[in-house]
Design a protein around this ligand. Structure first.
Ligand SMILES: NC(=O)c1ccc[n+]([C@@H]2O[C@H](COP(=O)([O-])OP(=O)(O)OC[C@H]3O[C@@H](n4cnc5c(N)ncnc54)[C@H](OP(=O)(O)O)[C@@H]3O)[C@@H](O)[C@H]2O)c1
Length: 233
């Protein structure tokens, strides 16, 4: 049994992961901004069999500064952090509002760094911990119209790679997961109709993350690239 903090748990990959981990009996800490979705999910996770479910509502950067994070992550078992909160605003770089660029940087890049900074001391005290960063194939593959999103994901890729080396002899494992397109609400606000029927399902990605969590501590999975059968869409 582990204590798993999932950022961006209110929707998509994060919500599906919470439901899977609940069935496995872990302690869960769910975070996101939408209070009502987290409350509904917490009830579902409790009835699915989670050892305990707590949630912290707010922007990922604010959550990282909330003292409850440091307290809850010490609930019991190995601490696990799933850096999943993220947003995308695809489109012409010059025409996209700076506020939308800044929101991606704050959420995807700064939020991940802050939450990791908040949780790492508990992992070091526990002498073991697992960090899984949900990135994107956009961290490596070049797409037009995704300059800032790609930069945030590429930034976290190297942030994670560096942390893995820094802390691996302290019992901290870190996995970067790079999914291709996933059929989630992330696509709803993009202003175009992507081929959702060809995408990975959120459950498939969540199950892959759960599989990494279930691995024994005698191995480190550095990176997983996960694409739908048709490849990069
Ligand atoms: N969908 C894809 O094709 C795809 C592909 C590769 C990687 N990814 C990555 O997968 C991760 C999960 O995305 P998803 O596809 O599952 O999309 P989603 O359904 O839109 O979920 C995004 C989650 O992030 C949370 N979030 C967004 N901005 C936040 C903020 N400022 N503070 C706190 N939480 C925030 C959202 O919750 P609230 O709105 O309630 O805060 C939501 O729970 C993201 O990092 C995304 O980049 C997605």
């Amino acid at each position: 049994m582990k204590t798993v903090l999932i950022s961006g748990a209110s929707s998509g990959i994060g919500a599906e992961l919470a439901l899977i981990l609940a069935k496995q009996g872990h302690h869960l800490i769910l975070t996101a901004r939408r209070d009502h979705l987290l409350r509904e999910l917490a009830v579902q996770c409790e009835s699915n069999g989670a050892a305990s479910v707590r949630f912290i509502v707010g922007d990922v950067c604010d959550v990282a500064a909330n003292p409850k994070v440091k307290e809850f992550i010490r609930t019991g078992g190995e601490p696990v952090l799933i850096n999943n909160a993220g947003m995308a605003q695809f489109g012409d770089y010059a025409e996209t509002r700076w506020d939308d660029h800044a929101a991606q940087i704050e959420t995807n890049l700064v939020g991940t760094m802050k939450l990791t900074h908040a949780v790492l001391p508990a992992m070091l005290d526990h002498k073991s911990g697992l960090i899984i960063n949900v990135l994107s194939i956009a961290a490596k593959h070049v797409f037009g119209g995704a300059a800032v999103y790609s930069a945030t994901k590429a930034g976290i890729l190297q942030f994670g790679n560096s942390l893995r080396e820094e802390y691996r002899r302290s019992g901290i494992r870190l996995t970067n997961i790079l999914p291709g397109a996933v059929n989630t609400p992330l696509w709803d606000s993009q202003g175009f109709s992507p081929p959702t029927e060809k995408m990975l399902s959120a459950v498939s990605v969540a199950q892959t993350i759960a599989d990494v969590i279930a691995l024994p501590a005698d191995r480190v999975v550095d990176e997983i690239t996960l694409t739908p059968p048709d490849g990069i869409l």
